[in-house]
Each structure stands twice: as structure tokens, then as C-alpha cells.
Design a protein around this ligand. Sequence first.
Ligand code: NAD
Length: 254
Amino acid sequence: MLLKLKGQTAIVTGAASGIGAQTALLLSQEGANLVLVDLNSCGNTLSTIKESREEAAVLECLGDIRDAEFVNAVIARASDTFGELHILINNAGTCSRLNLETMTLDMWDRDMDTNAKAAFLFTQAAVYPHMMDQKYGRIINISSISGLNGGVVSGGSKDGRSGPAYSASKGAIIALTKWVAKELGEHGITCNSVAPGATASAITAGIEYDISDQAIKRIGTPVDIAQAVLYFASPESSYTTGQILKVDGGYSFG
Ligand SMILES: NC(=O)c1ccc[n+]([C@@H]2O[C@H](COP(=O)([O-])OP(=O)(O)OC[C@H]3O[C@@H](n4cnc5c(N)ncnc54)[C@H](O)[C@@H]3O)[C@@H](O)[C@H]2O)c1
């Protein structure tokens, strides 16, 4: 079987659960070496990967992606272990659902730093010097349709609506995606974003989404998102950069 990513190395943040775990599994099934990054143990992801492909090479790096020293250490370990770094998936995220009135500075900083600052830190450290030296790279940022539409109102009430920090951070990562794409296209490095709609994971547990406005009448799964990431991560997407792909069951158009 032809593996799309054979011999390539992929870093996936937020790989302990949800979208990150499925993305890591799918990239590994396509032959990539995996660097799993999370605050929490990636033990489950690691065993699923090994069950699926016994010879898979996996490195686990546990720590806080808001910390620049940790990010630099991850990139150094990944490069020492696997050599070249081909794919970076900025996926880890937090979502405060406090509204404008009750939002605290701590929560604002947490969401902005996890969802936006960490993506900048990882991108900078992976590109300079690694992807630049290789003249090749695939950077994929997991944003959200909240970064485009200001936060989905769920279940007929505003209870499940993502908060202002979340929407602002996802808007920031969308703009960062386009900025980086323009900067690095001439060096063989692409940068794209997948913007999920409501997807079943820890972040959405307990929230009932109104799917009546979606063309496809079901909530998304982490596998749906991982499949979109795989396109951007593969060599075949070499003529696509700066794009924001909404994977939301046909909730938003245009
Ligand atoms: N699930 C959805 O409906 C949905 C919709 C749109 C966008 N997204 C985005 O998808 C991404 C993945 O979310 P998910 O749905 O899989 O949720 P999840 O909670 O299952 O996964 C998020 C992961 O990020 C990790 N993480 C959080 N803060 C971290 C930090 N400071 N350092 C290291 N790791 C950290 C968590 O430990 C967790 O494993 C997020 O960026 C989220 O905003 C999700």
C-alpha cells in the first residue's frame, strides 16, 4: 500500500484526546513519525497508534504549549529524534464559555495564549531553521467556525456559545494562517487551517447543538476533521496555501 507520509515527521499538539488524537492516528497510518504534545498523558493515543501500526515511531512530549521554553525543547527533541520536521499541526485548544460580562482576564489569557500564541511559538521554532533549511513544510492550524462567525449559538440558548476570548483567538489564528502562508509560500512551506463546526469531543461534552441549520444532519466527529487535515498535510496539496477549510456539516457557506 502506498503511504502518503512515509518517512515524514509530524508534530501534533493536543494529541491526548479528540481531534488531535485522531489526527495523530491518521497521519501515523499514512506512515508519518509522530511527536505527540499535550499537557496530559498521550498514553491512549500512543497505544491506538501502536495497535494500528506496530512499527510506528512515536515521541511523547508532555508540557504546556504556552511556555516558549517548552515549545523550543519539543522542537529540539523532535529534530534530534527524527531529523527533519515536515508537518506541524497546531491543534491544542481551550474554550471558555464565559460571556462578555463574566469573562475574566485569566480566562481571556488562557484561551488567547493556548489557541493563538502557542501556534505562533511552534510555527516560528519549526520553520526557523528546520522547514526553511528543507525548503518544505506543511503547517495546519485548527481554528473554528467561531473565529469566522463570532461563536455558534447552540441548543436554542446561549449556554454552549463559545466565549469572546475563544472567538478572538480563533480569528487570530485564521489571520496568522494567511500571514504565514504569504511569507513562506516561496520556500515550499504551506500554511492552511481547518475550521471545524460542532464536533464530538471533550470540549463540547454536554452541549446540545442545534443541527437543523446544517445541510448534513449530524454532529461532526474527530475523524471528519482529521481527514481534512490529512489533505493539507500531504505533499499533494503543494498548490494550496492560506486557505480556511470549514468542516461543519454545511452550516456556513461563503
Ligand atoms: N470540538 C469542537 O466542536 C471544535 C470545534 C471547533 C474547533 N475545535 C478546535 O479543535 C481543537 C481540538 O479540540 P478538541 O475538540 O479535540 O478538544 P479536546 O479537549 O479533546 O482536545 C484539546 C487538547 O488540547 C490539550 N491542551 C489544552 N491546553 C493545552 C496546553 N496549554 N498545553 C498542551 N496541551 C493543551 C488538552 O489537554 C486536550 O488534550 C481545539 O483547538 C479546538 O478549539 C473544536
